[in-house]
Design a protein around this ligand. Structure first.
Ligand code: 3HC
Ligand code: NAI
Length: 693
């Protein structure tokens, strides 16, 4: 065995050279890996006793891509394209041996090998689109030459990880190796190649599939049309499509040039910068400075949920999906039956769409027990309360729970706004109490705000974070304050949206600006969807806001066929003349002379106060990092990922600009716009949120 460099070894096993990479955690193509790989393969080629070369990786995976941490920094070492040229032009066959994931640049390297073998659990994919990029090392040109343009379009625009068996069908890999026996199988495969004198298969020369698609522009037109909604706002999917088009319409080397040009455009643009930032923020959010990774955890084998309403049902589904038994408690049998049947119907609908097996519906339902008594939660390891949003009811539930549920179990509330410490104080074990704030629909939305109370202990936090991962959520640890992180910032946007309508904008103007910014819908469309009557009490209603007037007219949102918007039978919204009249009258009654409000002001008024509130949240220590706030907004509220979250966006547009506007509005319109001390400090020091450590 020869050591080529710190991460590369070369050995010769009976005329088969084995180049082994070992660069944890994922063998990303850092400069050292690229250097070692090129040198290792070159040395193998130069050795006259070597007949073929196997490329394999140590650790949990084959190469998982370029080293994203190197992007945006000056290039050092051998370029990836040069590494690939060494492999592809090798006069001796090179075989890539794949386990774990061959992703991005990793798969591109494998596509330059002449053959690929993989274990059944391996996966291949080009996930660059998820970080706002396209495969920039020939992937867009070689992939369609092996799997065909249609399959390639799907892979590059979805970033999907494709299972080895499927790859075998499409020809992406040549042979499956037994699990655990990859090295031996790859060497045996290499010997066969040599013995049978098989050709050096170069994908660049494999033109049949791209030739067949030439002259069929409808392949691309249809694909664009079918996916327009999914791709809205994103640059990278479109650029990926253009590269596959180039593979079909241009000779290989021209196609490579197109790929390079478009890759560089994306790499230097703001969307990819934002998406790369989110990639790391999504991983950092799990790291808690004062709760180390080895903090002891409480085993969670059985979960209780209280309330089988909108949230309780969805929360239960998360655990059932992960194979964890759930007991769900309601007050009355009617509500319980309704809750249980909604869960069943959700599963059945998923199965009907082919997204899960019918048999799995029963497996999951079998894990669910309905009950009308809290006593049935006695032996649960974790209980999540999702009853009405009223402090008196929550306090009552927690007092009773404390007496019933075994010691050492975690008691959580799904409250949206209420004070967790007040709830915890009703128990004799406040150290086991915290908030687990799910988002609606709770079985779909990825975000979980984990709300740390004053007394919550570290093992409880560690357990809940781990459990969040088990049920497929992304969890952000936040502190106690009204609305926590997400809803607290949302309140800023809602308040300004409503004020803008009083001052002269129409709800659909505000919604259009935020939709164009990249949100799935604007605040008024969102209110119509959620129901305008949340928290509205008919008897107390006094026409004091536009929302109240709408509710009084039974325009309570989509469910009543009208709210801010009018809805047709297909729930398609259109601006409502009725709402418009109400708004005109309301302004007149309030003595407001409407003014014309531009799109820029709408956007700034909705977004800047959120950024300012985010700064206050950081200043008060209610979120650990600016990145955590961005994770909350991207995963809980549909903030467009290509804009990196509100805090990233603040950094991008300039905190000085945000501060100047807040001050200007404060002097004209008062206290709602009081700048955060942290924002002032950062601007004074010429720093950004990302400089905070
Ligand atoms: N570059 C740098 N670091 C990477 C990385 C990469 N490509 N992929 C993963 N890492 C790091 C993570 O940041 C994390 O670091 P940390 O422990 O310090 O937080 C560590 O590796 C482990 O990653 P995960 O926590 O995500 O581990 P999982 O086991 O859950 O997932 C994975 C492994 C499926 C490989 C996942 O990490 C992943 O999807 N990685 C990104 C793959 C990717 O996007 N590749 C394409 C890169 S772009 C490219 O190749 C351009 C080319 O076309 C020129
Ligand atoms: P919901 O009204 O749909 O469901 C509440 C359920 O709790 C009802 O079925 C009710 O019968 C039951 N319930 C009330 N008191 C009970 C008790 N003492 N014992 C057993 N069951 C009882 O309400 P929803 O929307 O599910 O909200 C529940 C909680 O989740 C609230 O705290 C809310 O603020 C929070 N939340 C709601 C979100 C939403 O979008 N709806 C989002 C995030 C949190």
């Amino acid at each position: 065995m020869t050591s080529i460099n710190a991460v590369t070894d070369l050995s010769n096993e009976n005329e088969i050279a084995v180049v082994t990479l070992n660069s944890p955690p994922v063998n990303a193509l850092s400069a050292t890996v690229r250097d070692g790989l090129a040198a290792g393969v070159k040395q193998a080629i130069a050795d006259p006793s070597v007949k073929a070369v196997v490329l394999i990786c140590e650790g949990k995976t084959f190469i998982a891509g370029a080293d994203i941490g190197e992007f945006g920094k000056p290039m050092t070492g051998t370029s990836l394209l040069d590494v690939e040229a060494v492999i592809e032009n090798s006069p001796k066959p090179v075989i890539a041996a794949i386990h774990g994931t061959a992703l991005g640049g990793g798969l591109e390297v494998a596509l330059c090998a002449h053959y690929r073998v993989a274990v059944p659990s391996a996966k291949c994919g080009l996930p660059e689109v998820n970080i706002g990029l396209l495969p920039g090392a020939g992937g867009t040109q070689r992939l369609p030459r092996i799997v065909g343009p249609e399959a390639a379009l799907d892979m590059v625009t979805s970033g999907k990880h494709v299972a080895a068996r499927k790859c075998l069908e499409t020809g992406l890999i040549d042979e499956l190796a037994p699990e655990g026996g990859l090295r031996a199988a790859a060497i045996a495969f290499a010997k066969r190649i040599v013995a049978e004198n098989r050709p050096l298969k170069k994908l660049r020369e494999n033109n049949a599939k791209v030739d067949a698609a030439r002259g069929h522009p409808e392949i691309f037109a249809n694909f664009r049309k079918e996916n327009a909604r999914r791709f809205r706002g994103f640059l990278a999917p479109e650029y990926n499509i253009r590269c596959i088009e180039a593979a079909v319409n241009q000779p290989f080397d021209e196609g490579l040039k197109t790929e390079r040009k478009l890759f560089m455009e994306l790499m230097t643009g703001p969307q990819s910068a934002a998406q790369r930032y989110v990639f790391f923020a999504e991983r950092q959010v799990w790291k808690l400075p004062d709760v180390p990774g080895d903090t002891p955890e409480i085993p969670v084998k059985k979960v209780g949920v209280i309330g089988a309403g909108t949230m309780g049902g969805g929360i239960a589904m998360n655990f059932l999906n992960a194979g964890i038994p759930v007991t769900i408690v309601e007050m009355e049998s009617q509500a319980l039956d309704r809750g249980l049947s909604v869960i069943r119907r959700n599963y059945e609908n998923t199965a009907k769409k082919g997204r899960m097996a019918m048999a799995d519906v029963e497996t999951r339902m079998a894990l669910l027990t309905g009950s009308l008594t809290l006593e049935d939660l006695a032996d649960c390891d974790m209980v999540i309360e999702a009853v009405f949003e009223r402090m008196d009811i929550k306090k009552d539930v927690f007092t009773r729970l404390d007496a019933i549920v075994k010691q050492g179990a975690i008691l959580a509330s799904n409250t949206s706004y209420l004070n967790i410490d007040e709830i915890a104080a009703m128990t004799k074990r406040p150290e086991f109490v915290l908030g687990m704030h799910f988002f609606s629909p709770a079985n779909v939305m990825r975000l979980l705000e984990v709300v740390r109370g004053d007394k919550t202990t570290k093992p409880v936090i560690a357990t809940v974070m781990k459990t969040a991962k088990r049920i497929g959520k992304i969890a952000a640890l936040v502190g106690v304050c009204p609305g926590f992180v997400g809803n607290r910032m949302l309140s800023q946007r809602q308040r300004e949206a409503q004020k803008l309508v009083l001052e002269g904008a129409m709800p659909w103007d505000v919604d259009r600006v935020l939709y164009d910014f990249g949100f799935p819908m604007g605040p008024f469309a969102m209110s119509d969807l959620a129901g305008l009557d949340i928290g509205w009490v008919k008897e107390k209603s006094s026409s004091s806001t536009i929302r109240e007037v709408l509710c009084e007219m039974d325009r309570r949102g989509q469910k009543t066929g009208a709210g801010f918007y009018d809805y047709d039978a297909n729930r398609k919204a259109s601006p409502s003349p009725v709402t418009e009249k109400i708004i005109h009258e309301f302004r007149a009654k309030s003595g407001i002379t409407p003014r014309k409000i531009g799109d820029e002001e709408i956007l700034e008024r909705c977004i800047y106060p959120m950024i300012n509130e985010g700064a206050k949240i950081l200043e008060e220590g209610k979120a650990i990092r600016a990145g955590d706030i961005d994770i909350v907004w991207i995963n809980g509220y549909g903030w467009p990922v290509y804009r990196g979250g509100p805090m990233f966006y603040g950094d991008l547009i300039g905190l000085d600009k945000v501060l100047a506007r807040m001050k200007q509005w404060q002097s004209g319109m008062g206290g709602d716009f009081k700048p955060s001390a942290l924002l002032e400090k950062l601007v004074a020091e010429g720093k950004k949120f990302r400089d905070l450590k």
